[in-house]
Write a protein that binds this ligand. Structure first.
Ligand code: GLA
Length: 404
């Protein structure tokens, strides 16, 4: 693969030898269960066939040196500079470097070895597109430090440590879905995660359908503030509902009927946010049976309802996402279309009859471009394996034939 050769060559040019290892960690798309992971609900993501790739070796310096190929930047940090988010020369770490530095921070907090490394990484998950490019970076570094540190943890534990990096070091209060999907992905499978118990299982993607991802090309700034606000509104709703429903711990514990009984006691904004969550969890409760029965029509309708709810109640859509889903729903073979991920721009996910998927992708791109003047990326995506070491120069593990 071209991206692997690129990072390998850049590694060699930067550090003077071939990398010892190469790892990959995928992005994800979420089919149903949006903005419910931090409310203890259920999510149905899949790891996608786009990923962050990292070439790495142990370093003989006290600090780690990282080259981000896509940004054409190089930085360093060490356990001593991590708390102040600086480099060894005292200059501040750029924002993008907080993700790998956060992973090292999180590992050191757990007393797990995170030795200094030289690394070069690149990604074909578009940044800020709602496909979890940051979780894929975190998981790629998790695999790298797991390899160099000589310890092994189950993928879910790696995901939890990456989430801690994002919550506590980067400062985004995200749930577990993205790191989980990147860590635990499975080929041709949708993942069903209970975000309270962390129990999960895979569901085969019905053979009759394809997942089509459509990137509006819109990137919103300041989304982390909006995201944290949404989360705070849900917590406020729980606090207020507890007066009438003292046994609830999160919105997961509130049935649609109970919510309807007490919702008018909530301030307007918290009521809208919480209604989305309660109804979305109810939609995800139906999902498994529908997918297992191959009832893609009904599942698709739930996806479309989810978009309406994210647009009107959770208010995380934008005009371009609405245009993209509206066009998609008018095309042959489309069962469901909605924004995926946190929202405010980025991608839609579409469930499309397999035999219509190619024509669907072409027409969607064309019509979106005519309506908005923007050039979208629309592609058929395949659920993929989770984060893994794919090449080890020293042990000959899964050597990629094309790497010499
Ligand atoms: C972001 C977060 C996830 C999840 C989604 C919305 O991707 O990282 O934890 O909350 O938004 O479903």
């Amino acid at each position: 693969m071209e991206i692997i050769h690129r990072i390998k060559n850049i590694f060699q040019g930067t550090f003077g030898h071939v990398p010892d290892y190469i790892a990959r960690a995928p992005g994800r798309v979420n089919l149903l269960g949006e903005h419910v992971d931090y409310n203890d609900g259920f999510v149905l993501p899949a790891a996608i066939d786009r990923a962050t790739y990292i070439a790495f070796s142990p370093a003989s310096t006290p600090h780690s040196t990282l080259v981000a190929v896509d940004l054409n930047q190089q930085i360093s940090f060490s356990p001593q500079t991590i708390p102040s988010k600086t480099q060894p020369d005292s200059s501040p770490l750029p924002d993008w470097a907080h993700y790998p530095a956060g992973v090292m921070w999180s590992l050191l907090e757990e007393n797990l070895s995170a030795p200094a490394m030289n690394a070069v990484y690149a990604s074909d998950v578009p940044r800020g597109s709602g496909l979890s490019s940051s979780a894929s970076v975190e998981m790629a570094f998790m695999i790298a430090w797991q390899t160099l540190g000589g310890w092994t943890l189950p993928p879910m534990q790696l995901a939890l440590l990456a989430q801690k990096a994002e919550n506590k070091y980067v400062g985004v209060n995200s749930g577990i879905m993205d790191q989980f999907a990147s860590a635990c992905g499975a080929e041709n499978k949708i993942l069903l995660l209970d975000c309270r118990s962390l129990e999960w299982q895979t569901i085969p993607l019905p053979e009759s359908v394809s997942i089509v991802i459509a990137d509006t090309t819109i990137r919103r700034k300041l989304t982390s503030g909006e995201y944290n606000n949404r989360r705070a509104a849900c917590e406020e709703a729980v606090r207020l509902l507890q007066k009438d429903l003292p046994e609830i711990k999160s919105l997961r514990d509130v049935s649609v009927d109970d919510f309807n009984r007490f919702s008018e006691k909530l301030p307007g904004e918290a009521a809208k946010r919480a209604r989305h969550v309660v109804e979305e969890i109810e939609r995800t409760n139906q999902a498994q049976a529908l997918l297992e029965a191959g009832n893609v029509q009904h599942f698709g309708r739930l996806m479309t309802e989810c978009h309406v709810s994210l647009r009107d109640l959770y208010e995380v859509s934008c005009p371009e996402l609405d245009v993209m889903t509206r066009i998609a729903q008018s095309l042959e073979g489309c069962y469901g279309a909605r924004l995926t991920g946190a929202g405010f721009g980025g991608c839609t996910v579409n469930l499309v009859a397999r035999e219509s998927a190619n024509d669907f992708a072409v027409s969607l791109a064309k019509k979106y471009e005519i309506e908005t003047g923007l050039h979208p990326q629309v592609y058929i995506s395949r659920p993929s394996k989770g984060a893994e070491l794919i090449y080890s120069y020293s042990s000959g593990l899964n050597p990629l034939p094309k790497i010499s």
